[in-house]
Design a binder for this molecule. Structure first.
Ligand code: C2E
Ligand code: MG
Ligand code: MG
Length: 538
């Protein structure tokens, strides 16, 4: 019974009324029956619509004969009616009524739901933004300061992944409860992402108010949870931005809180950081580097240098290590130490590493056998499923036999997911590819990693070689690693050999191979050929 219809003739009289119309317009049916005028109907509406009468009148066509139509809403006895006036043939008018009370209520409810997170019932990003804008409006008017605390849960993802999403959801609800319990009613706790929450703290007197809250959050979220009989521990990293100092609009505040959050994660998580302007500068530099790096592949700004490796017995050149070089049109030469870590962090190392592998295999295929090429492979490349496939493809495309390819990995590769990584290493090994442990001695539990996979080669980090000149312990370490390599049947390469003196000592300690400026700096692919023709470089 939500629709009603009246037909009005050119003189303004009702000639037809559906039963629902009378029902919709209420009890004073007598007023509106066939024969009464539209004016009467509208008076009736006015009596119950208060101010909206002027709207009704304003929207009425000047004369009923004018072809026009209009729509307006009036409230009648607690019901919201939508009224449409349509001109019909012969100067007549159709007036359609619809009771939209329920629909509007549902719409309002949907609107409310659209502003909340279904899981926790907390305000979502949308409502947070509204509240933040309100708070910033108050700041403008009254000078009342506010703060944005961006909270990211530490170690939530592994719990979600290993114990399942229902557990993860239950945990998130508990976190939400704790956060809710620790703020004042005037503050807003919102959930804006999987494990990201924001607290909008209002009416603060100074940064210390916010600091107290930030500290409390880190402490509270970090306490053990009991979820379905299991004890779970997570942590919170918090980034804080204060208005007006760190920004006067919502976007800037959230962005600066995010920069501060990034900092607190870098500083070891489980802590809070306040935004500082230099965080922004550093981040922008990083973002620019990222953009440049993304373009570098397409613009062919990367190229490879090769550093010869010498077998001490017989002073024989056995292979070269491929080292990436980046010549940027404005930055100039960028060291791999400056861009590889970022490329690893953002996953760009996967395509870059693929390019290196393909190029290195192509170049090495032109060298005389059995000269091999060593390619550095990052932990992030091991995370991608395609590594073995990519190596096979690079080998077959270049025609380089697998036995002439070596991959250099650092201990970081074995640090996480070692089971899967070991499988990948074994598959590479089955192809005939050799595997070296790079920068040995700089990581963590080196010995257990050496035992976990039969490496072909251990590369002793150059810091121990440079220690040879000064401290005595460099010598002891090199001797120990060389001995280890001998008994495990692995080649030992001393990296970063720069002086004849270092070379002699390394030889004396029993290393099998050397690499370093003394033999050669990294050189271009074409220079490798020249190098080959030099008899016995050292
Ligand atoms: P790394 O694999 O340990 O490579 C050896 C580094 O030591 C190279 O630096 C090389 O130029 C340098 N070096 C060699 N001999 C000497 C010496 O006698 N004295 C001194 N002071 N340094 C020497 P580079 O080329 O700057 O590379 C640095 C690091 O960047 C590499 O360390 C490797 O971890 C990474 N890297 C380079 N190219 C690639 C690549 O294609 N992929 C990946 N994932 N990482 C790469
Ligand atoms: Mg290396
Ligand atoms: Mg190295």
């Amino acid at each position: 019974m939500r629709h009603g219809l009246l037909l009005i003739d050119e003189t303004g009289r009702i000639v037809l009324a559906s039963g629902q119309t009378l029902h919709l317009l209420g009890s004073e049916e007598a007023l509106i029956s066939v024969g009464s005028s539209l004016r009467q109907v509208l008076y009736l509406v006015r009596d119950h619509a208060g101010d909206t009468w002027s709207q009704v009148r304003a929207q009425l066509p000047r004369s009923f004969v004018q072809p026009d139509s209009s729509r307006f809403e009036v409230t009648l006895r607690g019901h919201l009616l939508e009224v449409h006036l349509h001109p019909v043939a012969g100067g007549r008018w159709a007036v359609a009524f619809e009771d939209v009370t329920a629909r509007r209520a549902a719409e309002a409810q949907a609107e409310e739901m659209a502003r909340h997170d279904l899981l926790t019932g907390l305000p979502n990003r949308l409502l947070l933004r509204e509240r933040l804008n309100e708070a910033l409006g108050r700041l403008q008017r009254t000078g009342e300061a506010c703060a944005v605390l961006l909270i990211d849960l530490d170690r939530f993802k592994p719990i979600n992944d290993t114990l399942g999403h229902p557990m993860g959801d239950a945990l998130l609800k508990k976190v939400a409860d704790r956060l809710r319990s620790t703020v004042r009613v005037t503050d807003t706790v919102a959930r804006i992402g999987g494990d990201e929450f924001v607290i909008l703290q209002t009416g603060i007197r100074g940064a210390s108010d916010t600091q107290i809250l930030a500290r409390r959050i880190v402490d509270l979220v970090g306490r053990t949870y009991m979820v379905e009989g299991q004890l779970l521990t997570i942590g919170a990293s918090v980034g804080v931005a204060l208005a007006p100092n760190d920004g006067e609009d919502a976007d800037r505040l959230l962005k600066n809180a995010d920069l501060a959050l990034y900092r607190s994660k870098l500083d070891g998580r489980g802590t809070y950081r306040f935004f500082e302007p230099e965080m922004d500068a550093r981040m922008q530099a990083r973002r620019q580097l990222e953009l440049d790096m993304r373009q570098a592949l397409a613009r062919r700004e990367f190229y490879l240098h090769y550093q010869p490796q010498l077998q001490l017995e017989g002073n024989r050149l056995v292979g070269c290590e491929a080292l990436i070089r980046w010549q940027h049109p404005v930055r100039g030469m960028v060291s791999p130490l400056d861009f590889i870590p970022l490329a690893e962090e953002i996953g760009l190392i996967v395509p870059i590493g693929e390019w290196v592998m393909r190029q290195a295999c192509r170049d090495a295929a032109t060298w005389p056998a059995p000269l091999s090429v060593a390619v550095n492979v990052s932990p992030a490349q091991f995370k991608s499923e395609r590594l073995v496939e990519m190596v096979m493809s690079a080998l077959s495309a270049s025609g380089l036999p697998a036995t002439r390819l070596e991959v250099e990995i650092t201990e970081g590769v074995l640090l996480n997911e070692s089971e899967k990584t070991l499988q990948t290493l074994h598959r590479l090994r089955e192809l005939g590819v050799r595997v070296s442990m790079d920068d040995f001695g700089t990581g963590y539990s080196s010995l257990s990693y050496l035992r976990s996979f039969p490496f072909d080669k251990i590369k002793i980090d150059r810091s121990f070689v440079s220690d040879l000149s000064g401290k005595r312990d460099g010598e002891a370490i090199i001797r120990a690693i060389a001995g280890l390599g001998r008994s495990l049947g692995m080649t030992t390469v001393a990296e970063g050999v720069e002086t004849a003196d270092q070379l002699e000592r390394i030889r004396a300690e029993g290393c099998t191979d050397v690499q370093g400026y003394l033999i050669s700096k990294p050189i271009s692919a074409s220079e490798v050929f020249k190098f080959l023709t030099l008899d016995n470089p050292r």
